[in-house]
Design a protein around this ligand. Structure first.
Ligand SMILES: [Zn+2]
Length: 398
């Protein structure tokens, strides 16, 4: 990515910052990873288990949009409500504190554009009559559905493939930077992920160039890149990676409920060892894992050995945190190389890219900090880094 031409804003940040590869959460899927970035915690604490999961308390499926067809299969109105409202209001654990809550409790102003984990302290009405109000950061912009300020940005959702989402973020971001209207701005650019699913990783250069242009728009609003860095420190990262997909499987376990999408699956049922054993001959399964009396067990093709997880970066730790999430299935499955699990509607990304597994390709992300000291080794370290940064700022001012 960073060798690519046509990304001058990213290159500028790289030349002024510290870079490393860092780890995401497991499953390495957007709702899980963005919750980890926002709360500084793994799923055992924040409670978001997957793109699609079984809500035991309500005895129903929750689907955050594996694909539009999957959302429709789960019930479109409810799926949209789960994705936009319930994820933050109900599913994200109250035991976890978001970066917006933490900083605004200290009297700072936080802003978020388009990020799906946004829980904050300020009630926002929707721009669409009849849609529910939600609690977000003081300055909150969400795909044209929630807008705390009138910025004149174009509609976010009209042409996603041509980058309308990131263009919306750029327009709102430009407005915010022009006014220096925040202490923390979370600026989320999902169009690159969307393009990489369709075209495959390493092929979505055009979308990356558009993301770069969205960042350049923030620089321009500050008067130029140097002026931008005089005003702001920066964390630049991805929430997960992507892997080429060559094959897809529909995961079925007799007598159990399976929720699957992208490169991770969960199995809900009474006897985890038997459920994992039912997957022994399944070629799409890279590794299955469960807790046996609180002890982590990993299984592949009939072999049980927790060391199977050592093949993956942070494998045992990330798998254990995923299994200790009360919303997770009894068995968690990480897909084998090149495989994807079809979603509720049978959708997959064969020939393109996907993510969700424990593998390094899905789980390792670029992590760049500018003006903040060394970059964290995990996306769960970003919140602490920001809290320390703002604490230092407060003590200097005192
Ligand atoms: Zn994705």
């Amino acid at each position: 990515m960073l060798e690519a031409t046509g990304t001058p804003a990213l290159r500028f940040l790289l030349e002024h910052g510290s870079y490393r590869r860092a780890l995401s959460a497991f499953p390495s899927l957007t709702p899980v990873c963005l919750a980890s970035i926002a709360t500084g915690a793994h799923p055992d604490v924040h409670g978001i288990p997957h793109l699609v999961w079984w809500n035991r308390g309500e005895e129903r499926l929750v689907e955050y949009g594996s694909s539009f067809a999957a959302l429709r299969a789960a019930g479109l109105a409810r799926g949209i409500r789960d994705t936009i409202v319930n994820l933050n209001e109900r599913h994200l654990s109250k035991r976890a504190q978001t970066i917006y809550e933490a900083l605004e409790d200290e009297g700072l102003t936080t802003a978020a554009i388009n990020i799906t984990t946004y829980r904050g302290r300020t009630r926002h009405l929707s721009t669409i009559p009849g849609a529910p109000a939600v609690n977000g950061p003081k300055r909150f912009f969400f795909y044209s559905l929630y807008e705390s300020d009138a910025t004149g940005a174009p509609l976010a959702v009209l042409n996603r493939a041509l980058g309308s989402i990131d263009a919306y973020a750029a327009a709102v971001g430009r407005w915010l930077v022009t006014r220096d209207g925040f202490d923390l701005l979370v600026f989320y650019l999902p169009d690159y992920d969307f393009a990489s699913h369709a075209l495959g990783p390493d092929a979505a250069h055009e979308a990356l160039a558009r993301a770069d242009a969205s960042i350049a728009a923030l620089f321009a609003a500050a008067g130029g890149p140097d002026e931008f860095l005089e005003r702001y420190a920066v964390v630049l990262c991805s929430d997960h990676g992507q892997t080429h997909v060559e094959r897809a499987a529909r995961l079925v376990v007799a007598g159990a409920r399976v929720t699957a999408s992208n490169r991770a699956a969960m199995v809900y049922g009474d006897d985890p060892r038997a459920l994992a054993a039912a997957l022994d001959g399944e070629p799409s399964v890279g590794v299955a894992a469960f807790l046996d009396g609180g002890r982590l067990v990993a299984r592949r093709a009939g072999e049980e050995d927790v060391a199977l997880l050592d093949e993956f970066p942070g494998g045992a730790e990330r798998m254990a945190a995923a299994l200790r999430n009360p919303n997770a299935g009894e068995v968690l499955v990480s897909a084998a190389d090149g495989w994807e699990f079809v979603d509720l509607a049978g959708r997959h990304h064969i020939g393109g890219g996907s993510h969700g597994s424990l593998a390094g390709s899905d789980s390792e992300v670029p992590m760049l900090t500018v003006g903040l000291g060394p970059p964290p080794a995990s996306i769960t370290g970003i919140k602490r880094l920001l809290l320390e940064h703002f604490e230092a700022g407060v003590s200097r001012a005192a």
